[in-house]
Design a protein around this ligand. Structure first.
Ligand code: ZN
Length: 312
């Protein structure tokens, strides 16, 4: 019998802020290790297990940290190797990145790597071939499609709840999108990032409540650096004031919001969420230009039926 309160997924993208956000060619600093320990402590206090999408570069630099994450009972999965944005690289390069990260993490954990989250959620209509690459790499769960049109990423009208997604090659993945909040005919990406940091707690809570009330699981995501409000002042690398402002805002209140969510809702690993969800409807996306980049402004951030074929 399924539980009356859906299990929600809590996920962490293990990476270093400067390398992941500012320039992927930069070396990783040591800061992500200490920051990840803060996340691990916060989860342990609430006895919550989560899914950690670990960047290959981070695993190479701190293999012990990956083993610690695993030993604490969390799910270790892949955030790719070099944090290269998928819509800026070729299929061959993407495949090499996915494989390199998978091999590294499988050697470290002794377990199959079956879930993936793309850097910056960069799987869009313009690069659905990436889903083929993932299927071929043995990935069965993906969390890379943001179900909303955003300036740099997202697939407008994609389902806002966990579902099965058919890749162009016919393979199937379980897609677990990050939580979005339906409000005034639009969807707001509240499951993590700047919106999560800036909106007050009750709005974030309402987002998860809305998903759960519809019988769906919600997914939140975070980064280790969001547990370190002082990080930006420690970095000497030249960073624009805009980036500092946007990236620094709301960091101080971030861990408290996650903690309140963990107390108020059921949170767990993505693999457990999928196991609890049972059978899910199958969708597939029509290829096309990336929604956020090439399509004109339109009012509809709601479901676009013509763009999406549903098969049950
Ligand atoms: Zn990332």
């Amino acid at each position: 019998m399924s539980s009356p309160r859906p299990l929600n997924a809590i996920s962490v993208d293990v990476e270093d802020w400067l390398q992941a956000v500012v320039d992927s060619r930069l070396p990783l600093s040591e800061r992500f290790c200490a920051n990840t320990h803060k996340v691990l402590d916060a989860f342990a206090r609430r006895n919550v297990k989560g899914t950690f999408f670990v960047l290959g570069l981070a695993a190479e630099k701190a293999p012990g940290l990956v083993r610690e994450i695993q030993a604490a009972g969390h799910e270790v999965q892949s955030h790719g190797y070099g944090h290269e944005i998928v819509n800026k690289i070729t299929p061959d390069r993407f495949k090499a990145d996915v494989e390199r990260s998978r091999k590294l993490l499988e050697d470290l954990t002794g377990q199959a790597i079956t879930a993936y989250r793309a850097p910056a959620f960069s799987i869009t209509r313009a690069n659905l071939w990436a889903l083929d690459v993932l299927v071929e790499a043995g990935v069965t769960c993906d969390s890379s499609v943001f179900p909303i049109r955003l300036p740099r990423y997202g697939i407008d009208g994609a389902p806002w709840h966990p579902h099965r997604l058919r890749a162009p090659n016919g393979g199937l993945l379980t897609e677990v999108p990050v939580a979005t909040y339906r409000f005034a005919g639009r969807r707001v990406p509240l499951g993590g990032g700047g919106y999560f940091r800036l909106f007050p707690y009750f709005v974030i809570r309402n987002c998860i409540r809305q998903l759960n009330a519809a019988g769906h699981s919600g997914t939140i995501y975070m980064h280790p650096y969001e547990y370190n409000p002082d990080e930006l002042s420690e970095i000497e690398y030249p960073i624009s004031w805009r980036t500092r402002l946007h990236q620094g805002l709301g960091r101080r209140g971030f861990p408290g919001k996650v903690d309140r969510l963990m107390r108020e809702f059921r949170f767990g690993r993505m693999c457990d969420v999928i196991a609890e969800a049972g059978e899910l409807p199958i969708f597939e996306h029509a290829p096309g230009p990336a929604d956020g980049i090439a399509r004109p402004e339109n009012a509809g951030t709601e479901f676009v039926a013509s763009d999406l074929r549903v098969r049950r």
